[in-house]
Design a protein around this ligand. Structure first.
Ligand SMILES: Nc1ncnc2c1ncn2[C@@H]1O[C@H](COP(=O)(O)OP(=O)(O)OP(=O)(O)O)[C@@H](O)[C@H]1O
Ligand SMILES: [Mg+2]
Length: 350
């Protein structure tokens, strides 16, 4: 799926700047449900995504993310509930809704034989840009996605990451009011991911609402204003990234000891700054950790105290809960890669 499936309908008036008038929400869904026989792929999902927000939809394989995106982009009819996108009901007014939507699906969709540049120009023409503007926009997008040098080659000769970037560029031809990105960075290398993130942020700054699905919690964490975790077609929890992390506990201080014999001393030091529970000692890892309220004060005090006692340690740092931990906590299974988010690290006692 790509932007190519959504040429604007000439019988409709152009989208007013900022989208449908009068609505604070770009996406509203109530009780959205999709069954396949006995299987419930999407189970009474409610969503309210304000305009200009980046909304992350996260969940393990088969959770219902793509099903949700397909319904919201009018490609699949729900078997229950309703959804309004860009001010238009996706079932009753699919053409009007489509007019306000951009989509990059899980599968690449650009033409294999035309050059990258010609592909983007063609999308521009499909969206009724004149030849000069289509050429100009193609050039801008090629530049933004680091494809200028490869512009005159056919996507058939591209790496997976380059094709992904071209596909994204195609869905951004017109900076739509609402952009749906189904796993936009799957298969990209770190640099490619960062380029895509920057493009998404730029679009959001310009007022586009973005709904993105991802398996990467670090990606959802960095990009999203709000995140919904889905599992078995149901929304398990929805909050800001910070809110989600806060919900499962605060910051942690972690110290890695040099010797097993140092562990009691390290635990005693951490006990002084721990907010409630006693420090946890992981003997195998030579690690002691404790949750703390004031992270910087805790780090300072622990560092000073260890130094005063002459206890040398391997590592000391502050850590925030990752969204992986949130996911594990709320679904009992991990969706994804574990990305450590050590936020400060410092060696002492040397
Ligand atoms: N055409 C179909 N016929 C029958 N079942 C389907 C169909 N499409 C999706 N499903 C089922 O609906 C459920 C949700 O699928 P969906 O593709 O929405 O998951 P997803 O969250 O996008 O997963 P992934 O992370 O693997 O992309 C799955 O159990 C899937 O097998
Ligand atoms: Mg999917």
């Amino acid at each position: 799926m790509s932007a190519s499936s959504h040429p604007p309908d000439p019988s409709l008036p152009p989208t007013p700047p900022g989208g449908a008038p009068g609505s604070r929400y770009s996406i509203l869904a109530e009780g959205l449900t999709r069954r396949w026989g006995d299987k419930v792929a999407l189970d009474h999902l409610d969503l309210a995504v304000p305009r200009g927000v980046v909304f992350g939809l996260l969940g393990p394989n088969g959770a219902g993310k793509t099903t949700c995106v397909r319904i919201l982009t009018t490609l699949l009819r729900p078997t229950g509930g309703r959804a309004v996108v860009g001010g238009h009901d996706v079932v009753a007014e699919p053409r009007a809704a489509r007019h306000r939507i951009g989509l990059t699906g899980q599968e690449p969709a650009v033409d294999e034989i035309l050059s990258a540049r010609r592909n983007l120009e063609m999308f521009g023409r499909l969206f009724h840009l004149d030849a000069r503007r289509a050429r100009h926009r193609a050039g801008e997008l090629l530049e933004r996605f680091g494809l200028t040098e490869a512009a005159d080659r056919a996507p058939g000769t591209f790496s997976g990451g380059m094709r992904r970037r071209l596909d994204l560029a195609a869905s951004m031809i017109l900076a739509p009011e609402v952009l749906f990105l189904d796993e936009p960075t799957t298969g990209l290398d770190p640099r490619g991911r960062m380029e895509v993130w920057e493009a998404i942020r730029e679009l959001a700054r310009a007022g586009t609402t973005v709904l993105l699905t991802t398996h990467y919690l670090d990606e959802a964490d960095r990009l999203s204003d709000r995140i919904a975790l889905v599992d078995n077609g149901r929304k398990v929890v929805e909050d800001t990234p910070i809110g989600l992390k806060r919900a499962i506990g605060g910051d942690r201080i972690e110290v890695v000891a040099r010797e097993p014999a140092d562990l009691p001393a390290v635990a005693a030091v951490l006990a002084r700054v721990a907010d409630a529970a006693a420090p946890v000692v992981e003997e195998h890892e030579l690690r002691v950790h404790a949750s703390v309220r004031d992270r910087i004060a805790a780090l300072t005090e622990v560092t000073r105290e260890l130094h005063a006692r002459g206890t040398e340690v391997e590592d000391i740092g502050l850590r925030r809960p990752t969204l992986d931990e949130v996911f594990l906590r709320v679904t009992g299974s991990s969706a994804v890669s574990v990305v450590p988010t050590r936020t400060a690290t410092e060696e002492v006692g040397r």
